[in-house]
Unconditional design. Structure first.
Length: 129
């Protein structure tokens, strides 16, 4: 039996699917407050995106505390609980290898807000008309 040929598009779709599944698992863990950490339990945290490495062994998890407060405290708490979160993701995903999780603050909302402010500037609005 011949081996199937996988295109880079197939590989890309798989990365997106696995990343989205990891995002859902982490969101559920945080929503249900399964992490026994005061910082994480006291805040609502949104997992906005997970980017997987091509070999699926590393995942960069972008998070944003709702109301945007104390982002560094939240990142520190997530990093302190990385081993627990990796174990739970591996158990839920049933993959051959557990992805190493790296946490980062999602800056995309701030960037979108900055672009909106620029576009609403009267000088820019005049040029757009």
């Amino acid at each position: 039996m011949a081996r199937q040929q996988h295109t880079s598009e197939d590989h890309s779709v798989r990365l997106l699917k696995v990343g989205e599944r990891v995002r859902h698992v982490l969101s559920e863990i945080l929503m249900r407050q399964q992490v026994h950490d005061e910082t994480l339990s006291a805040r609502l945290i949104s997992v906005t995106e997970v980017r997987m490495s091509p070999d699926l062994r590393q995942a960069t998890v972008f998070v944003k505390p709702l109301l945007g407060s104390e982002e560094e405290e939240v990142i520190t708490a997530l990093r302190q609980n990385t081993a627990f979160l990796q174990r739970e993701v591996a158990r839920a995903m049933k993959l051959k290898f557990a992805a190493k999780l790296r946490f980062a603050v999602d800056e995309s909302f701030d960037e979108a807000d900055r672009i909106d402010r620029l576009l609403s500037d009267p000088r820019v609005a005049r040029d757009l008309d």
